[in-house]
Design a protein around this ligand. Structure first.
Ligand code: ATP
Ligand code: PRP
Length: 228
């Protein structure tokens, strides 16, 4: 007898995992181990045919694209950098919401720099996003690739501006930076390996639909709460 197929879902620890968990719970899926308290990278669930794998946020699209996972949850920021090749993106989960912005020191006159077409130095983890953004504005920019703590770059003279994610604005504020331009709104998406969807459709389709429904319900509740 052929063994039943296993569904593998790639998630990153932290906010993506925390925000995805309630959506999976609505689909009846509960992890057997808390990845924050374990060094295990393969996490079984209450369903014998579904497991989670814990990977870096930026690696989630790669795992799904090449079949290391059937499904995954990744931020639009990460998907834009990856390019989205070989990924089906059926659902905006509307979780891990934030904004991609250009930020600078509060004493840096960004509008004047843009108006004068000055050559800027921009530090970022999001090279593709930054390149496309400044190119669309017709600006020449020297990009400096960083892997974190982008806020430090303008404070140390490494760069004039950064391209980074902002949610509460607390990190910018704590470092005397201001957002000078919004590039896009960011939220996390469910991503699916198209071949896996064909081969394991009977298992995957209902799971995708239930998670999508759970995300829609959570969004409706949030909007209702926001508007009293
Ligand atoms: P990596 O480990 O690969 O470097 P990371 O440290 O950026 O990734 P997280 O900080 O867990 O990973 O962020 C995961 C996703 O959550 C991001 O890709 C983005 O879509 C979203 N995100 C990042 N920062 C925030 C924030 N401050 N508020 C809300 N969502 C955010
Ligand atoms: C993200 C982002 C900002 C911060 C913004 O960093 O790179 O530094 O969140 O959030 P805020 O506007 O609510 O302050 P994160 O917390 O993921 O840390 P890291 O990416 O540097 O690990």
């Amino acid at each position: 007898m052929t063994p039943a197929p296993i569904i593998t879902i790639a998630l990153s620890k932290g906010r993506i995992y925390d925000d995805t968990l309630p959506l999976l719970a609505q689909a009846g899926l509960v992890p057997a181990i808390d990845p924050e308290r374990s060094r295990k990278l393969i996490i079984p669930t209450n369903r014998p045919d579904v497991r989670l794998v814990i990977v870096r946020a930026t690696d989630v699209p790669t795992y799904v694209q090449f079949g290391g996972a059937d499904l995954g949850v990744a931020g639009k920021d990460v998907l834009d950098e990856h390019g989205g090749d070989g990924l089906y993106q059926p659902v905006d989960l509307d979780i891990a919401r934030c904004r991609m912005v250009v930020a600078a020191r509060s004493d840096f006159d960004y509008p004047a720099a843009v108006a004068q077409r000055r050559r800027l130095r921009a530090a970022t983890k999001f090279e593709r996003t930054a390149r496309e953004h400044f190119a669309a504005k017709g600006l020449h920019v020297d990009l400096i690739k960083l892997y974190g703590s982008m806020e430090l770059a303008p404070l140390t003279g490494l760069a004039d501006v950064i391209v980074d994610l902002v949610d509460t604005g607390n990190t910018l504020k704590a470092n005397n930076l201001v957002a000078v331009e919004e590039i896009s709104l960011v939220s996390a998406r469910l991503i699916v390996n198209p071949a896996a969807l064909r081969l394991k459709r009977a298992l995957l389709r209902p799971l995708i639909d239930t998670v999508a429904q759970a995300a829609a319900t959570a969004r409706a509740r949030r909007l209702e709460a926001a508007h009293g």
